[in-house]
Design a protein around this ligand. Structure first.
Ligand code: TXA
Ligand code: MG
Length: 331
């Protein structure tokens, strides 16, 4: 019932002109493509496709849904996805294309899937400075989310062989563009109010501050690699959480509750529910992950007193889904 991902054949191609077209084709079909950037290899998926993003988390083996960076071909494409304040405009102008990621308020019409931003109202954006990455982004024409192309807990890959060692059999395509130039991830700066350095990276603090003409505030616990040293929840990215309390592992619906269902089994008292949404009527964890944040938001605004959540299996992506449900419930 809870679909396990079938092993995939991973093709490796050299980064020539045909590779960008092929990568765009695989992305459009919901597939996973590893490609080089100037920092590290990224594992790309169509940012606007919830199920493609869910498969990406599954392939990485991430036990939780961290928000991802949306990569675009140029600043004009980025400006369609987020609101840029004066600091953001200055930094984009100075460092894009390049190893700087900006965290900005999501634009109202932003087509990036809720799962990719972990349900947040903000979005991380970057224009990579790498001919292969930019050719793929231009050919695809839509934003591509791309975490570092390693299994969760491993170090970031700087060569196609590192990607293959970690992810062969779990992704569709590796575009081999040789070793990456910088080898350390992008610096991440949030421009929400005062600019904050969320992750030190390839652009130095001094260079960023020089452009801004002011100091960067420090994130509570910014670390170079949150996968090696996991951050406490909410420290790097504030987590989305519904205002309505959640009741987990519910067996029935009580008066005044909304219902977040999973699978086809009938739920006792379902007719009482103020509103009902099903994460995946067919019991598929990829589909459930893709729907999670959008369904939570919708039920949160249903006026229900509580949201009753039907148990979700813990295997595969279920671990991340349950992690996120537990966080949403524990506030
Ligand atoms: O150099 C890089 O940035 C590489 C290449 C592939 O582009 N990508 C990369 O992605 O390092 P990843 O997923 O390994 O790291 C993304 C970081 C995470 O620490 C995540 O928490 C943060 O970006 N992030 C993403 N969206 C965020 C948001 N809305 N608010 C705060 N932090 C965010
Ligand atoms: Mg990473």
């Amino acid at each position: 019932m809870t679909a396990m991902t079938a092993p995939r054949t991973t093709r490796v191609v050299n980064a020539d002109a045909a590779a960008a077209t092929e990568a765009a084709r695989v992305l459009a079909a919901g597939g996973l493509v590893a490609f080089p950037t100037e920092t590290v290899y990224g594992l790309g998926a169509d940012a606007t496709g919830g199920e493609a993003v869910a498969r990406l988390y599954e392939a990485k083996g991430r036990p939780r849904f961290n928000p991802l960076i949306a990569h675009v071909a140029d600043a004009a494409a980025a400006q369609k996805l987020a609101r840029f304040n004066a600091d953001a405009l200055l930094l984009a102008d100075a460092f894009w294309p390049g190893p700087l990621t900006l965290v900005l308020p999501k634009a109202p019409q932003c087509p990036v899937a809720a799962l990719a931003t972990a349900g947040l109202d903000t979005i991380a954006l970057r224009v990579p400075d790498h001919a292969v990455a930019r050719a793929i982004l231009a050919a695809f024409g839509k934003p591509v989310v791309a975490p570092s192309a390693n299994r969760s807990g491993h170090v970031s890959p700087t060569r196609a062989e590192h990607v293959a060692a970690d992810l062969a059999g779990r992704i569709d395509l590796i575009v081999d563009g040789g070793p990456t130039r910088l080898g350390v991830e992008s610096s991440i700066v949030a421009c929400l109010d005062a600019p904050v350095l969320l992750r030190p990276g390839a652009v130095t603090r001094a260079a960023i501050e020089a452009r801004l003409g002011r100091r960067l505030a420090e994130a509570p616990a910014a670390r170079a690699d949150e996968e090696k040293a996991p951050l406490a929840p909410g420290m790097l990215a504030r987590h989305y959480a519904p205002r309505t309390p959640l009741r987990l592992d519910a067996a029935r619906v009580e008066e005044g509750e909304a219902l977040l269902a999973f699978g086809a089994a009938p739920v006792e008292g379902f007719e009482r529910a103020v509103a009902t949404l099903n994460l995946s009527p067919r019991g598929d964890l990829v589909e459930a992950a893709a729907n999670l944040f959008a369904h939570l938001r919708a039920l949160d605004s249903s006026g229900a007193r509580k949201i009753a959540v039907i148990p979700v299996p813990h295997q595969g992506l279920g671990e991340a889904i349950n992690d996120r449900l537990a966080r949403a419930a524990s506030r």
